[in-house]
Design a binder for this molecule. Structure first.
Ligand code: NDP
Length: 458
């Protein structure tokens, strides 16, 4: 894939970019390493001031940034603006909380380990490479950058090749806020050229959000070099509805859970397991809601969602639906690529999906829901866990015992009860199984890339 801005609403290539040469990449790594030496000697207060200033700049430019996001990857302007503002909020959150999260601890009385003084420090480790996806081009990158910079690390952002202008914007933002030159920079390189970067001794760790294939490739390169990684790799999240649930509310939320970001969200609900007692009532409302959720021009307030981000992405979605239909799935709504320009795909609901179909196991990165009937909570839990992924889940019930069981037994990094999965700066985010490992956000996120250092004094 070339590095380019291609408007998904029209399919028009607006701007192309040359990948950085080896010399340019070297310059950036050198600058990141030099900036780390400087940044590790700064105080939390100094870094917080720069972070807040960068957040202020982002807020003041939110409209322009939102237009850029919409142009490069097709989400609606209103959701793009929300993303820009949420990113600024995340930056302020770490400006406010990083010092508290990383204050040295004394795990036991020093005398218990024959010391006169003892502390466990959380020191920065150096340059961290962040490989990021296009679906939340600002928020995904910022939720790495804000904790990393506040911890005193420096960052190199290898963003997805279809959002180069968002990438370049982010590459300037933190320096404009006051961080030293080189503290956070964008590398315009293609995905296939990422692995060799892990051989560079100045790059100490890496994080990736994206597909399992990309994550596995990065982790292999890092593992070979004994470097830590954090991976956030998508999911096939469940939406479980049990008899005591508020079915109207669940059905309404179920639509947003699937069509958010044109269905291109790792935490979008993809598999709907509905108890047979409420299946018909839920299905009727959900399918009607999906039929009413219209894809359209992302700049218009009337569009529920925009086009898919790439032509390839739409092809992948179409292939999964065609495969399912050819093997007996029923299309309750949608399922056809519309005529006309742009990479639109309609809100779609499939039923009669079985394990022979690719969509039963694979992540469908578009607005396609699979609706299943289940006979009991045991059935719902067993089928929820019959997945290679385990990112998050949304469960609907008012029965306290069921809530406790679902919270305990669903194999995922999150269980959202009577609500839709979302990310919050203060709450850990990440998955199990093929959804990856490590956590982003909260205290857990900022502690991923630190040296937990024991200082013991006789
Ligand atoms: P990719 O995983 O290919 O892209 C995500 C990021 O990884 C991009 O920056 C990409 O760069 C980079 N990358 C790609 N290959 C490698 C590699 N071998 N080593 C290191 N970095 C690499 O996702 P796609 O955009 O192609 O989407 C494919 C599928 O991945 C989706 O359908 C979805 O299932 C999943 N996905 C999940 C996301 C999530 O939020 N968890 C986000 C995006 C995708 P480049 O753009 O240059 O290839």
């Amino acid at each position: 894939m070339t590095i380019a801005t291609i408007d998904p609403t029209t399919g028009t290539t607006l701007k192309t970019f040359e990948p950085f040469t080896a010399e340019q990449v070297e310059e950036k790594i050198h600058a990141a390493d030099a900036a780390f030496r400087e940044l590790q000697r700064t105080t939390f207060a100094e870094r917080a001031e720069w972070m807040r200033k960068a957040a202020e700049i982002l807020e003041s430019e939110a409209d322009d940034v939102a237009r850029l996001i919409t142009t490069e990857m097709g989400k609606t302007f209103s959701t793009a603006k929300y993303e820009a503002l949420k990113s600024a909020t995340g930056m302020r959150f770490y400006a406010d909380n990083a010092e508290r999260y990383l204050t040295p601890e004394t795990p036991v009385e020093p005398s218990a380990v024959n010391a006169s003084a003892l502390s466990v420090r959380f020191d920065p480790i150096g340059v961290v490479l962040a490989v990021m996806p296009w679906n939340y081009p600002l928020w995904q990158a910022v939720r790495f950058a804000a904790p990393a910079l506040m911890a005193g690390n420096t960052g190199l952002l290898k963003h997805a090749s279809n959002v180069p202008q968002c990438a370049l914007y982010l590459g300037d933002l933190f320096e404009r806020g006051g961080f030293p030159r080189g503290a956070f920079q964008t590398l315009l390189v293609e995905g296939k050229d990422v692995a060799p970067l892990l051989d560079d001794r100045r790059i100490r760790a890496a994080t990736l959000t994206g597909s399992v294939a990309a994550g596995a490739s990065l982790a292999a390169a890092a593992g070979k070099n004994v470097k830590k990684t954090v991976l956030e790799l998508g999911g096939t999240d469940v939406f479980v509805v049990l008899p005591s649930a508020d079915v109207d509310k669940a059905a309404q939320a179920a639509v947003g859970a699937r069509v958010q970001n044109s269905g291109q969200s790792c935490i979008a609900a993809k598999r709907y397991y509905v108890h047979e007692d409420v299946y018909d009532a839920f299905a009727e409302k959900f399918v009607a809601g999906m039929a009413a959720a219209k894809a359209g021009n992302p700049l218009s307030d009337d569009s529920a969602f925009g086009p898919l981000a790439t032509e390839r992405g739409r092809q992948d979605v179409q292939e999964l639906v065609e495969d399912a239909v050819s093997k007996g799935a029923t299309v309750l709504v949608g399922g056809e690529v519309p005529e006309g320009e742009g990479w639109f795909y309609p809100a779609t609901v499939l039923s009669d999906v079985n394990p022979d179909m690719r969509i039963y196991r694979e992540e469908c990165f578009g607005p396609v829901a699979c609706l299943y009937r289940v006979g009991s909570i045991d059935d719902a839990i067993e089928r929820s866990n019959d997945s290679d992924f385990g990112l998050s889940s949304s469960v609907w019930t008012t029965d306290e015992e069921e809530i406790a069981r679902l919270g305990r037994e669903i194999e995922a990094g999150g269980v959202f009860v009577n609500g839709v999965t979302a990310s919050f700066p203060a709450v850990p985010f990440g998955g199990v199984k093929d959804s990856g490992y490590g956590r982003e956000l909260s205290a857990f996120g900022i502690r991923e890339f630190v040296n937990v250092k024991t200082v013991w004094q006789a």
